[in-house]
Design a protein around this ligand. Structure first.
Ligand code: TYM
Length: 330
């Protein structure tokens, strides 16, 4: 079986950008690969955070992933900091990574602009830790949203560089995108992201979603109800594509917009109905899992032990290749 690795930061609530852009895909892929999914707390500490809140944020993320359908008994869902090999391999990769390459990474540039007072070395080194995450399990397939593609390409570079210097060790992994790899935020201006405060949370109720959705911008050409619109210019239409089945999508939504047959409010209500059909069962499952988190916690413990063993084998191989294995004869 090929190896799949992916990760997600424990940032509180999962949003529909994460879900439709990546997580929903993981749910179906987990049966086709040996699947590792990590909640990456070591990445999350590269920006300001509250230590007391971290354990809760990790638990919430794990339970949400399980509620979405990631099965922690089958899939190696685990917490990154519970497997020390990730940080160990990061150090090794640091020694073969040119500084300039890290300074050029888009996410580093964005985040260092966003967190001017805390541009720490970890923020710069973030992609190296991500490469270590993937390569420590010899990951081949990395399902992510578009914003992570540059990091996956960087990982291939790391593998190539290591293999050239120390001998063939790591595979060259590939990013796997969904049909919707970049979901825009409710503002229609930037990708959906917690830091932009433009999200629809996966566990939000119908009323909460509607409060945000009802005021979200649509095609600017539709000022009055009777103005015809262009669905391709409407952010809400891009959301419809995630959940609205045919022929409702092309006939009611797209055609209705073009001919002013339906207004923006009707269109949003239809999206809300279809979205909640997908989110209601997730929220329900989350409630059940959160009432008895011990079961998932037990699976996480077992998964971390498996990951430590798998990671340990790679670390040993790397050490041998780098001349760091204990070979002294006394
Ligand atoms: P993170 O936590 O920001 O996001 C988790 C996953 O959700 C995808 N995503 C989106 N997809 C489409 N549209 C959006 N608006 C959107 N927002 C988020 C992300 O692309 C990602 O797939 N650095 C990573 C975590 C990580 C990782 C790894 C990923 C650490 N190590 C190794 C893959 C392999 C991150 O911060 O993802």
């Amino acid at each position: 079986m090929k190896v799949l690795f992916t990760g997600i930061q424990p940032t509180g609530l999962l949003h529909i950008g994460n879900y439709f852009g990546a997580v929903r895909n993981w749910v179906s892929l987990q049966h086709q690969y040996r699947t590792y999914i990590s909640v990456v707390d070591l990445h999350a500490i590269t920006i300001q955070y509250e230590p007391r809140e971290m354990p809760g944020a990790v638990q919430e993320m794990v339970l949400q992933l399980a509620a979405c359908g990631i099965d922690p008994e089958k899939t190696l869902l685990f917490v990154q900091s519970e497997v020390p090999g990730h940080a160990d391999l990061t150090w090794t990769f640091n020694t073969i990574t040119p500084l300039g390459e890290l300074e050029r990474m888009t996410q580093f540039k964005d985040k260092s602009a966003q967190h001017r007072k805390n541009v720490n070395v970890g923020l710069l080194d973030y992609p190296v830790l991500q490469a270590a995450d993937i390569l420590i399990y010899k990951g081949e397939v990395v399902p992510v949203g578009e914003d992570q593609v540059q990091h996956v390409e960087f990982t291939r570079e790391v593998a190539r560089r290591f293999n050239a210097r120390y001998g063939d060790t790591f595979p060259e992994c590939e990013a796997l995108l969904t049909a919707s790899p970049r979901i825009m935020g409710l503002d229609g201006q930037a990708k959906m992201s917690k830091s932009k405060d433009n999200t629809i949370g996966l566990l939000e109720t119908r009323e909460e979603v509607w409060a945000k959705l009802s005021v979200a911008p649509t095609d600017p050409a539709r000022v009055r109800r009777s103005d015809p619109g262009t669905p391709e210019k409407c952010n809400i239409y891009s959301y419809h594509k995630l959940v609205t089945p045919e022929p409702q999508l092309s006939q009611t939504v797209a055609q209705g917009c073009r001919t002013a047959g339906i207004g923006c409010i009707d269109c949003k209500k239809l999206f809300l109905d279809n979205l909640m059909k997908e989110l209601d069962p997730i929220r329900e499952r989350y409630g059940q899992l959160a009432a008895r988190p011990e079961k998932v916690r037990e699976a996480l413990d077992a998964n971390a032990a498996t990951c430590r063993a798998d990671a340990g084998r790679t670390i040993l191989e790397v050490k041998e290749k780098m001349g760091l294995a204990r070979t002294w004869k006394i």
